[in-house]
Write a protein that binds this ligand. Structure first.
Ligand SMILES: Nc1ncnc2c1ncn2[C@@H]1O[C@H](COP(=O)(O)OP(=O)(O)OP(=O)(O)O)[C@@H](O)[C@H]1O
Ligand SMILES: C[C@@](O)(CCO)CC(=O)[O-]
Length: 416
């Protein structure tokens, strides 16, 4: 068990912990079976604003999923430590407090687990408001749950005095470990790749059970992420692949080996100083990886339609995440014109898909009580137009464009 909370911050100003979504470039599903996967962080991020209270309440304000609620007593750290699996946290809470099912239930359980384990007594007594806003679409295969868990774990660890800016290797490792437990609450048996990318940022090669490896010079890669808006369940898709493997073990294991080989090869090539050579390689490998995933039964007609459209614009694409709907990513040639990206997005939008032209390979977790020269509180008040009674309410109402201003400066340079 990880060490108990220590050295709490006695008085604290509002601060924001933010973590990115992820796109898996190679290796989804095979990673569950011990193969390598390569993933990168997105410029789309979750932002958790934490503000102090004095009434002892825990307010959880999650406007993206229509939750604004106040939790009474949290489970004790000892009760959390005694659980056989983080997902059992529901047994420590009153059923009347929780929605029966859905994103709200999962998010509240994740919060109860991490806050119960990590919040020091002083903050439990005084209370807090947590408001999470995210530009990562929920449940689309872009790691919204990991972005949520990582920003939450970092915020709570900071309140316990165990993390400050979350910028050292030690602090990041701690955030990653706790965020993984948050992911276990949400997903049962996740591989850990999503929380590793959301914590460390850049590009990572990951094999279950080993520490993630940061990759090479990591040329930031232009992509179009396309959300087919077809709902999917990661848990059900992973279970479906397992059932297929039970029926055809040798064949499915060969597919897993092939996917793993593509990921390993790509991981090596990320060290290539030539962005052109890397791009050439990735374009072929992406198409091949998608074909193998389709053989596992995790594609969907909407994903195939997306691939046809993007291929016509010379942008090879693959599903990213669990598949079964959700998202695909198309590689944009580094020399591709903005008009070509706009054209492919317009065609995809005409199919009812949501498009996000973005960059893979940006920053990981960040924790800060300042935005440039301003305090977080002053920044929220100014951007919200001033006169806010409640900082969390103002934050909840900010536009997506305003939120994007909170992205780390390095990332903002890449996006614009
Ligand atoms: N903006 C948010 N506010 C609150 N909770 C969130 C938010 N975004 C994600 N979550 C939490 O994450 C869960 C979504 O997890 P899910 O695995 O379905 O999607 P994903 O992480 O986007 O996809 P994948 O795991 O395939 O990448 C939600 O049910 C909720 O608990
Ligand atoms: C499908 C999967 O490989 C990726 C989901 O983003 C599941 C996992 O790794 O936990």
């Amino acid at each position: 068990m990880l060490a108990a909370p220590s050295n709490p911050i006695p008085q604290w100003p509002p601060f924001v912990a933010s973590a990115p979504g992820k796109a898996i470039l190679f290796g989804e599903h095979a990673v569950v079976y011990g193969k390598a996967a390569v993933a990168g962080s997105l410029s789309m991020r979750a932002y958790a604003l934490v503000t102090p209270r004095t009434d002892g309440l825990m307010r959880l304000c999650l406007p993206d999923i229509d939750i604004d609620t106040t939790l009474g007593a949290l489970p004790s750290a000892a009760a959390i430590a005694s659980l056989a699996h983080p997902g059992d946290v529901a047994t420590l809470l009153s059923a009347a407090l929780l929605p029966q099912e859905g994103p709200g239930r999962t998010a509240m359980l994740t919060f109860a687990y991490l806050a119960g384990a990590l919040l020091p007594a002083s903050v439990r007594q005084s209370g807090l408001t947590l408001c999470v806003r995210s530009l990562v679409p929920v449940g689309a295969g872009l790691g919204s749950s990991a972005a949520f868990s990582v920003s939450l774990a970092a915020a709570l660890l900071r309140l316990g005095g165990r993390v400050s800016a979350a910028d050292s290797a030690e602090e990041r490792q701690l955030v990653d470990q706790w965020a993984f437990r948050g992911e276990q609450v949400a997903h049962g048996t996740p591989s850990g790749i999503d929380n590793a990318v959301a914590t460390h940022g850049g590009f990572l090669a990951y094999t279950r059970g080993s520490s993630p490896r940061q990759l090479g010079a990591a040329h930031p890669t232009r992509v179009v992420i396309c959300d087919t808006r077809v709902p999917k369940s990661t848990r059900a898709l992973v279970a479906g692949v397992r059932a297929l493997r039970d029926q055809h073990p040798a064949a499915i294991d060969s597919i897993m080996d092939a996917i793993g080989a593509l990921a390993e090869d790509a991981a090596q090539r990320f060290a290539d100083p030539s962005a052109e050579r890397l791009e050439d390689h990735l374009r072929g490998a992406v198409a091949l990886n998608h074909a193998l995933l389709a053989a596992l039964g995790v594609s969907h007609p909407a994903l195939e339609r997306m691939r046809v459209i993007s291929a016509a614009h010379k942008m090879p694409a693959k599903l990213t995440g669990a598949g079964g709907g959700g998202c695909a990513l198309a590689l944009v040639p580094q020399a591709g014109a903005a008009s070509e990206v706009a054209a492919v997005c317009a065609e995809l939008a005409a199919e009812g898909f949501a498009c996000y032209p973005t960059v893979v390979g940006g920053a990981g977790i960040e924790c800060a009580a300042r935005v440039g020269a301003e305090s977080v509180a002053a920044w929220v008040e100014r951007v919200a137009g001033g006169g806010c009674e409640d900082l969390a309410d103002a934050f909840a109402a900010l536009s997506a464009d305003a939120l994007a201003e909170l992205a780390p400066p390095v990332l903002r340079k890449l996006i614009h």
